[in-house]
Design a protein around this ligand. Structure first.
Ligand code: HEC
Length: 173
């Protein structure tokens, strides 16, 4: 019994250290978004690619859709709705011509990612975000979260793809 108690103490202590370390290394110093309380998820830039997209018009950007491990697994297995813990990131850059690339092609045909515009996230937590389809929405520009008025526009516009759990982007083959 005494041995078990020691073991228990040791397990609790190790767990505490691991939790502390995870917290310290995964700390996000950024401000949380004012509606859903989401901060920029640590390590998102290293997540796997779901797909890419290009918007014209006022946005005129290039975007990459990345998913954390939960998101990628669900996508690959075709699992809907996405499980709690899914996070989908949308990175975007302005769409700019590349003079350097055009020179080697001998004509104007190359467009590349210019400066980053903004970052968006959809975070799945079916209880916490029950009123918005189980998704929390966040947008950041230079690390600053978007205001509440803008965040209220996110869910209504994603409603048309309710059948795909409010997610537009499909996994690129
Ligand atoms: C005018 C409609 C509209 C609004 C408003 C909107 N979205 Fe989207 N969103 C889309 C469409 C369409 C796509 C897929 C095409 C693309 O990425 O450009 C998308 C894609 C996304 C994705 C990638 C996952 C997916 O569904 O494809 C995220 C993350 C996202 N939006 C977050 C947000 C956030 C956060 C807000 C609010 C700040 C927001 N969206 C507001 C239409 C909208």
């Amino acid at each position: 019994m005494k041995g078990f108690a020691y073991l228990l103490v040791a397990v609790v202590a190790v767990t505490g250290v691991v939790v502390y370390m995870a917290h310290a290394s995964g700390r996000s110093d950024g401000e949380a978004d004012p509606v859903f309380g989401i901060t920029i998820p640590p390590g998102y830039r290293d997540w796997k690619l779901i797909s890419v997209a290009h918007e014209e018009g006022n946005l005129n950007d290039l975007r990459a859709l990345l998913g954390n491990d939960v998101a990628i697994k669900a996508y690959r297995e075709g699992k809907l709705p996405f499980p709690d813990g899914t996070i989908i990131a949308r990175l975007a850059w302005s769409y700019v011509p590349s003079e350097e690339n055009n020179k080697v092609f001998g004509r104007s045909q190359s467009f590349v990612a210019g400066p980053a515009t903004n970052l968006q996230f959809m975070v799945k937590d079916s209880k916490k975000y029950a009123t918005t389809g189980g998704w929390g929405f966040a947008q950041f520009k230079d690390g600053k979260p978007a205001d509440a008025a803008l965040l209220k526009t996110c869910f209504p516009c994603h409603e048309p793809v309710k059948a795909r759990d409010f997610v537009f982007t499909q996994y690129a083959p």
